[in-house]
Design a binder for this molecule. Structure first.
Ligand code: APR
Length: 234
């Protein structure tokens, strides 16, 4: 039976073939940087130049990256599927939007800046500098609009509402290490929702999914979408 409402969670693995690193694979980002040095509010308070340097480098890399066939396939699914397709991403690159989809960013976006004082948001410059002024309140409190470890991810109420109404939950290219995203599959199972994992390899969470498709996202995701769109509507 073709699912009506599909909620898709993507992780770094969907952007790997666009040349952006993942976090926990061999030579992943967290094998070269320590989370406590670059991805916590305490790190930013202690050494803002180091944190800006880390995100400036990733922002430049993401700006030069292009969506791959997996991003394009999800955009096509969102456009052509008769029901609703909600794409939630842990990724902070803009590749899924660049492929032409609407996306819920639960961990923020490299392309956006946030004022730590007044919560104003604006398009980040390619290079953010220490003490940059907020365009709204003029205080030197600009920071990357990224959800750091220890901070609450964005849009959790909306995500929970979508998940509660889904017929199918799909996790693509995520290792299932970081909550709350890693808990979505358990929430889906408790709600009796069908679950599918698409990943290059088995993950620690694979046993929680009804089905797993193993392969590189740029091949496995288009094949899955073709099968879904090609399947006769009931
Ligand atoms: N195709 C499909 N899956 C892939 C590919 C690929 N080409 N390459 C890697 N993967 C899979 C890996 O097998 C792994 O399961 O992508 C996953 C990447 O896992 P992580 O590096 O842990 O990335 P992610 O799950 O997105 O991390 C979640 O952790 O550090 C925080 O905020 C950060 O959003 C990130 C969160």
């Amino acid at each position: 039976m073709r699912p009506e409402k599909i909620v898709i969670l993507t992780g770094a693995g969907i952007s790997a073939e666009s040349g952006l690193g993942t976090f926990r694979d061999k030579d992943g980002i967290w094998t070269r940087h320590r989370i406590e040095d670059v991805a916590t509010p305490e790190a930013f308070a202690r050494d803002p130049a180091r944190v800006h340097g880390f995100y400036n480098a990733r922002r430049a890399q993401a700006a030069d990256a292009r969506p791959n066939a997996a991003h394009a396939a999800l955009a096509r699914l969102q456009r052509d599927h008769a029901g609703e397709v909600v794409i939630v991403t842990q990724n902070v690159d803009g590749l899924q939007e660049a492929a032409g989809a609407t996306v819920i960013h639960m961990h923020g976006e490299l392309s956006r800046a946030l004022c730590a004082a007044c919560a104003h948001r604006w398009d980040a410059p390619r290079e953010m500098a220490v003490g940059a002024a907020c365009p709204a309140c003029a205080r030197p409190t600009a920071r990357p609009d990224i959800v750091w470890f220890g901070e609450m991810p964005y849009h959790m109420d909306a995500i929970a509402a979508h998940l509660g109404m889904a017929d199918l939950f799909v996790a693509i290219g995520t290792s299932g290490n970081v909550y709350p995203a890693a808990g979505f599959v358990e929430e889906a199972r408790m709600a009796g929702i069908e679950t599918l994992e698409i990943n290059l390899e088995e993950t620690a969470a694979s046993g929680l999914f009804d089905r797993t498709l193993t392969g590189a996202a740029s091949a496995a995701v288009p094949a899955w979408v073709d099968g879904l769109l090609g399947s006769a509507p009931d």
